[in-house]
Structure formats: C-alpha cells, structure tokens
Write a protein that binds this ligand. Sequence first.
Ligand code: SF4
Length: 390
Amino acid sequence: MIDCPSSARVESLLSEAALSRECACKLISCSDNQLPLLLSAAVAARQNFKPGIVTYSRKVFIPLTNLCRDYCGYCTFRRDPGQPGAHTMTPNQVLDVARAGEKMGCSEALFSLGDKPELVFHEMRETLRYLGYKSTLHYLEAMCELVLRETTLLPHPNPGLLSAEWIARLAKVSPSMGLMLETTNASLLAVGAAHDNAPDKVPGKRLHTIEEAGKQNVPFTTGLLIGIGETVEDRVDTLLAIRDLNRRYGHIQEVIIQNFRAKPETPMHDSPEPTQGEMMRTIAVARLLMPEVNIQAPPNLSAPYYDDFLDAGINDWGGVSPLTPDFINPEKPWPHLEHLNSRTEAKGYRLRQRLPVYPEFVSALTAKPGLLSDKIAAVADHQGYARRLA
Ligand code: SF4
C-alpha cells in the first residue's frame, strides 16, 4: 500500500497540499504493484489541467555554437576549438535553417549553444570579433532578432546561465527561454561526477537564473536530467525547488523530465540509464507536485515506448523537428510527426501544435506593443496555439 497521504486512493493523491516531500519520496520509489495507483492519480491530475490535448512544438534546431567552457560527463554536443565538428554558425546559416523550417510549418527556432566559450577559448573570441560581437550572448541576441524580423519563427534561446540584464535583453527578442536545472544535488560537481569541470552546472547558480526570469515574468522552460548520479530523493528535491519558484513567480511554463542516455565517447559511457519505470515514476510525481504546469518528456530519447509517458501524466512532447536533427542527441532521431500524431491519438488525445511559448502565457506577451508582440500575434490562433501557416 502507498500509505500517503492517508489512504491509497487516487483522490487522496490528487490533493497537492497533502503531497509532502516524504510522501513524494515514497511515491517515486513505489513498487510495481503500487505503480498503477500512482499513474492513475497522475493521469487524473493531467486531465483536470488540460483535458484531451497533448501539444508539441514544431521547430528547427539551431546549434549556434557547440564550443562550450563546460565538460559535462554525458555531453556529446560540446567541442573544443579544432576538434572535428567544432562549429559556430554564421548569420546566413542561421537564416537559411530558419527559412527552411518556415516552409515546413515550423514555429520555433530553438537556439542551443555552449555556455560562454569565449571566456576560455581565444578562437571563439576571434570568431566573435570577426562576426562583430562582443560575446556569445551579444551574437545570440542579434541572431534571435534576425530570425524574429526575417521569418515567422519565434526564437527560444537555451544559452546557459544568464544575468538579470541578459534575461531582460533576450526577452525583447524571444517569447520564452530555457535552462535545465537538471538536479539540485551539488555533490555531482565533485571530481569524477557528472558535473566535474562544469562550472555552469552549480545548482544554486541555475536556480538564480530561473528566479531572475521569474522576477521579470519571462515564460521559462526547465527540467530534470535523471540518471546522472542523483538519488530518487534528489529528483523530488529538484521538482520541489522548481515548484517553489513557480509558486513565487508563476513563470514556469514547462518542466522537462529527460532521461540520461549513455554515449560511447563520453566519460559516463558505462553508467546505467534510467529505466522506463524510473521515468514513469518521476513524471507521475512531477505531475502530482505541479498539477497545473506543462510536463514534457522527449519522445526520441525513449523510443519505442515513449507513448507510455502519456499514462504517467505528460501533456507535451516538446520540440520535434521535421527538418533538423536533435544535435544534443543526434543518434536519436525525432519520431515522424505522423507517428507521433497516431500514437497520441491511440491513447485518446488530440495532438496540437503550440508555439515555443505555451498558450496560457501568450496574451500577456501580446499585450506589450512592439516587434515581439506583433510577431507572436501573427502566428498564434485565438487560443494561443500555433496557427497553421504552411
Ligand atoms: S551539457 Fe551543455 S553545458 Fe554541459 S558540456 Fe554540453 S553544451 Fe556544455
């Protein structure tokens, strides 16, 4: 029996106030026999939130630079200058990808990039000087504005840690932005752990960025990376930290539950990957702790059983591209959008395309006059979802 709150009934688990840390820790560790009750409660909570709808964002992935000053133990995206595949995109390359995505009905330009590479690599400083920018963030800001002005795509930058000033600057050229919290377990910064030699992965610094976004009412995407050496209790604590920030600022538009995948060429190549059961439990507890926040799990990292996550309480598939690969996990292709649609419908839900900013945050953004507001209004339908343009 799951003995929290007081009885093993779905209704009792739906009471958010009753879900203490202790209870959440029990639920996330529940036995296979107890799992159906947890999943039932999560699906009921999800249905109360957005009945019948599952969303995704049709996007292009723009890896602005894969140079990064951090060395996360699981990352295959990052490069040092001179390594095969090291690359910083030019403005023309950015625009070409965005225009190609526009023709394929995409509405999001996801900018993913390494964190502050110019601080450690003179090659990046020279590239930025050649391009005419003082820093990677200045270049990112200009490329977001370029895409916003020249296409119908809306930028969603993921540049790592940001100061209050940079959140304000990027918020003028993008309706939403993101930073994975990953975990609140600071011991993963220790020698030999996942975040050894990753100065931008200090949990307190990441929480600070997310909080600054909250103070400025910026719709924000964050989430957990599970299986990188944290405990199940750490997963609960990370969810509670996100919930706490959302309770204070109401700006968390989406929580991603992402599973670590072991990759041959990384220091963590032989670390165990989280099981499907761990993913289901983490998603379900996230849903119960945050019943009115969009919960997402990337389908390409859990093929072929990704649609089971609909039984654990997700209501979004995140960004899926008909054009560009997942440059963070290039060996894991996106599902074909027709497959995603048919598998979502087979579970009884209707798939809808959203913008990078979720519908419930759209009206606040369109209320502020300016280029960003005009561009959002041009691509949003009357409910705040993506209007089909292609
Ligand atoms: S996960 Fe991000 S911060 Fe870490 S090494 Fe890769 S690109 Fe850099």
